[in-house]
Design a protein around this ligand. Structure first.
Ligand code: FES
Ligand code: FES
Length: 148
């Protein structure tokens, strides 16, 4: 099966029912996408599928043959984009584990709403869990990126 990931075509050998998360991590070595709950609840495994943030732990790869998948590694292949730079400038990360999923979800939000309100941010990000409690800094970073 051929998957388009980060604008490259990969000939994937995993079984068609394998969740995308495990193809990324175990078969392709794209380790930026993290495993949290495995049941679509925490958001740490988010990737962009056709431009929208989706939970890679619950998507069998068989459903993705005609999709364009972007992982955190491919979000900005040439340096940091505005959102990633804002993340650095605000110093959002603590342990960092949830952050790839947070950034992917924030990118989806900015793609849909370039100037989100606090309510827009809270709604978009509410299902991405951060055990370190970086929520306020995530909000600040999204506003900073929107201004930039
Ligand atoms: S690991 Fe996919 S949503 Fe938690
Ligand atoms: S930064 Fe540690 S879980 Fe979010």
């Amino acid at each position: 099966m051929i998957l388009n990931i980060n604008n490259q075509e990969y000939n994937v050998k995993s079984s068609t029912e394998t969740p995308l998360l495990w193809v990324l991590r175990d078969e392709l070595g794209l380790l930026g996408t993290k495993y949290g709950c495995g049941i679509g609840v925490c958001g740490t495994c988010a990737v962009l599928i056709d431009g929208r943030a989706e939970r890679s732990c619950i998507f069998p790869v068989s459903s993705l043959e005609n999709s364009k998948i972007i992982t955190i590694e491919g979000l900005s292949p040439e340096g940091l984009n505005k959102l990633q730079q804002a993340w650095v400038d605000i110093g959002v990360s603590q342990c960092g584990y949830c952050q790839p999923g947070q950034i992917i979800t924030a990118q989806d939000l900015l793609n849909q709403k370039p100037n989100p309100t606090d309510d827009d941010i809270d709604t978009a990000m509410s299902n991405n869990i951060c055990r370190c409690g970086t929520y306020n800094k995530i909000r600040q970073a999204i506003h900073l990126a929107a201004k930039g």
